[in-house]
Design a protein around this ligand. Structure first.
Ligand SMILES: Nc1ncnc2c1ncn2[C@@H]1O[C@H](COP(=O)(O)OP(=O)(O)OP(=O)(O)O)[C@@H](O)[C@H]1O
Ligand SMILES: [K+]
Ligand SMILES: [Mg+2]
Length: 693
């Protein structure tokens, strides 16, 4: 059986989607949901469309009794009012349909996710260490359970003991099993709904029922927790204010109209009002937001809120770490460089001794290289103790009981170490350090007590294509900052080759938070990726924190997004999606408002046709009734016509916000002025030919 560890930045083509949503019947279900959404308690949540809803009810009453608000102005008012009522109802239903389609995709995915969950019996550990079979629904945070090969892991947790292969395809769509073991940052967290396929694991449950990762995913894709984002609220308020202004304008029309002996019917006033208020964007607004969330889900990223997705679009600064994000990150020991007259054999031996307890990929690769060179351990292993690597000390190693200390680590850290033991780094250490760093490699000095034996060359490669992606970000006005624990020379080489705007070398975990805070203090919105427990505070501090699914529970909880493929560069895609979401909303708002000009020219001359301002009828519409109905039909049909655009998002180009704004005002503003002139004229001709009015 092939077992692989999650490979950050693995090939895109291997990406599969989370449980396949069943989209057949999506439109039928959405059509039915659109009718259910007529419930006034739901309808009132969208003020613009609610006004249309109220207009539908009033015109319905006017159809039954055209004289409701005084004498009917037209003998055929029944028919005219009925047609307006019908078109208004269609307008509301179209808007409801747009929202329902957007929600439907999420609901289908939630159903697929739910089917991966089921109650099972599981072996829970008693305080005395024995096991008892319990129903998985009775498990609570802090419980310990045993899961053996073939069984489903019922809830999220951390591996306490055991090593096993786990099939995570139910969550990530990735069919290759993942190795799980205790202790290590990346491999110890397990997710409920995944399956153990070899050996067994003792797992400490880290969540209470209903709080797990899958539960969160279901709630999200279903939109149960969907609350409006700040931008959406601002736009809703703006649209409501515009609607109120138009309501006042239309309400003040009857007195002057009566004064000039040209009374206007209530139905016509309602038609005018609905044509003028921003129904296009009002009807599509929530669909645009939901579709943005959905696009993120299609990318195999779980966002905790729509706010997080939208924040991606506003990001000014992107903080990335070097190893594994900008570089491939499978840093392997390439060679040993000897210093201070030591032989290759002794360097390999000391490097091996210093790496015996190092479980990082770097450490394991050093052991492998040393063993290839014939190095052997010449002390009893049981008595030795490991000194774990930490990003703070930037060293790791092995201690022997009689006081011998083997260390390897960043060159300046080791230099400091030997100095504190009374030794001194020789000049050739510096030469080896520079040679490796200038090639973008990571140099690790190796020492035994006060004596440096050599320098290990850890080779890494910049991810192919990353330079273009950074260039793209720059065109969007996003600044990239690389943060690395590595030395200045290596950092500078990688920064230059990858084309990041700025870098910070020899960074401690605290530096990450500091950099984020500094940028935020300057009014910037910051995004970052991370996977370690170390990264959790920085992920929480950032405006957008993307955690890797392969990372620790702490990191996943602190972040507002989790990438199921554990690909840190995906943040770049998310920024694109976020920007696209904002631009789609802006474009459709522009289009919606620009439409009003043509509707004015259609309806106003129609209203005052009797008093000879027919000259204003530049569109040459057949009759006043036809003009009003044509404008209203256009107003209704434009909503379904724009649903695909709302769901897919406008075409996106990597430009700065200002350039995009100008471009969109041009396309959607001009388009919004011209399109309805043509469409209303065509509808007028069509309904004239049918002979309805
Ligand atoms: N297993 C290890 N044992 C000893 N020293 C190590 C080990 N791994 C890394 N180092 C040294 O510690 C330094 C800091 O490591 P750290 O993980 O903070 O940063 P990094 O991996 O180089 O870069 P990044 O922050 O982009 O991940 C490394 O540059 C290297 O010099
Ligand atoms: K409108
Ligand atoms: Mg690192």
């Amino acid at each position: 059986m092939k077992i692989i560890k999650p490979q950050p930045g693995g090939p895109r083509s291997s990406r599969r989607h989370t449980p396949k949503a069943n989209l057949s019947g999506l439109y039928q279900r959405a059509a039915w949901d659109a009718v259910l959404k007529l419930d006034p308690r739901m309808a009132i949540k969208n003020p613009v469309m609610f006004l249309v809803w109220v207009g539908t009810v009033i015109t319905f009453l006017l159809t039954l009794n055209p004289g409701l608000f005084g004498a009917a102005t037209n003998t055929r008012a029944h028919i005219f009012n009925g047609l307006i009522c019908f078109i208004l109802l269609a307008t509301v239903l179209f808007a409801n349909f747009a929202e329902a389609v957007a929600e439907g995709r999420g609901k289908a995915q939630a159903d697929a996710l739910r089917s991966t969950r089921s109650d099972t019996t599981t072996q829970k550990q008693n305080p005395d260490g024995s096991f008892v079979a319990v129903n998985s629904s009775s498990l609570r945070k802090g419980d310990r359970i045993k899961v053996v090969a073939g069984e489903m892991i019922p809830m999220d947790g951390e591996v306490v003991a055991g090593v096993a292969a786990v099939d995570e395809s139910a969550i990530t769509g990735e069919s290759a099993p993942v190795l799980k073991e205790p202790g290590s940052d990346v491999a110890s967290s397990v997710t409920g709904g995944t399956r153990v396929i070899s050996d067994e694991l003792l797992i400490g449950i880290t969540v209470d029922p209903g709080q797990g990762f899958i539960d969160r995913m279901i709630a999200l894709v279903e939109g149960a927790e969907r609350s409006k984002t700040p931008n959406e609220i601002a736009l809703t308020v703006l649209l409501a204010v515009l609607t109120l202004v138009f309501l006042i304008v239309v309400a003040t029309l009857p007195p002057p109209a009566n004064y000039i002996h040209n009374p206007v019917s209530v139905a016509t006033l309602i038609a005018l009002l609905v044509a003028l208020i921003p129904t296009t964007i009002g009807g599509l607004l929530s669909a645009i937001g939901i579709a943005g969330m959905d696009r993120v889900a299609q990318f195999n990223v779980v966002a905790t809120s729509g706010r997080a997705v939208e924040a991606c679009g506003d990001i000014n600064t992107l903080v990335l770490d070097k190893t594994g994000t900008i570089t491939l990150g499978n840093r392997l020991a390439e060679s040993f460089i000897t210093v201070n007259g030591h032989t290759l054999e002794t360097v390999a031996k000391v490097a091996l001794a210093a790496s015996l307890f190092d479980t990082t990929p770097e450490g394991k690769s050093i052991v492998r290289l040393a063993e290839q060179l014939g190095a052997k351990v010449d002390f009893p292993l049981e008595t030795a103790t490991g000194v774990e690597f930490s990003a703070r000390t930037r060293m790791s190693g092995t201690d022997l009981p009689q006081g011998t200390e083997f260390r390897k680590g960043a060159v300046d850290a080791i230099r400091g170490f030997v100095r504190s033991r009374g030794g001194q780094a020789t000049a050739d250490v510096e030469t080896a350090f520079e040679t490796i760093s200038r090639q973008g490699g990571t140099p690790l000095a190796v020492c035994q007590d006060q004596d440096i034996y050599g320098v290990i060359y850890l080779k890494d490669m910049i991810k192919p294509g990353i330079r273009e992606r950074f260039a793209q970000l720059r065109r969007m006005g996003v600044k990239t900052v690389m943060l690395t624990g590595d030395n200045r020379i290596t950092a500078q080489y990688i920064a230059q080759e990858a084309g990041v705007d700025d870098f910070i070398a020899e960074a401690t975990p605290e530096d990450k938070i500091r950099v984020i805070q500094q940028e935020q203090a300057a009014g910037k919105l910051v995004a970052m990726t991370g996977d370690g427990t170390n990264d959790a505070p920085a992920l929480a501090q950032a405006n957008v924190g993307l955690a890797m699914n392969s990372g620790t529970q702490a990191a996943k909880e602190a972040a507002n997004m989790v990438d199921l493929d554990s690909d840190p560069t995906k943040l770049i895609d998310l920024i694109t999606i976020g920007k696209q979401l904002l631009i789609t909303r802006g474009a459709l708002t522009t289009f919606s408002l620009a439409n009003d000009i043509a509707k004015y020219f259609a309806i106003i001359p129609a209203m005052f046709a009797a008093v000879g301002i027919g000259a204003l009828n530049i569109m040459g519409l057949k009759s006043p009734e036809s003009a009003v109905l044509s404008a209203l039909i256009y107003n209704a049909l434009i909503i379904p016509a724009l649903i695909p655009l709302a769901l897919k998002g406008v075409n996106f180009r990597p430009l700065t916000a200002n350039q995009l704004l100008q471009r969109n005002i041009l396309i959607y503003g001009l388009g919004g002025i011209i399109a309805p002139f043509i469409a209303i004229k065509v509808i007028d001709v069509l309904i004239g030919n049918v002979g309805i009015v």
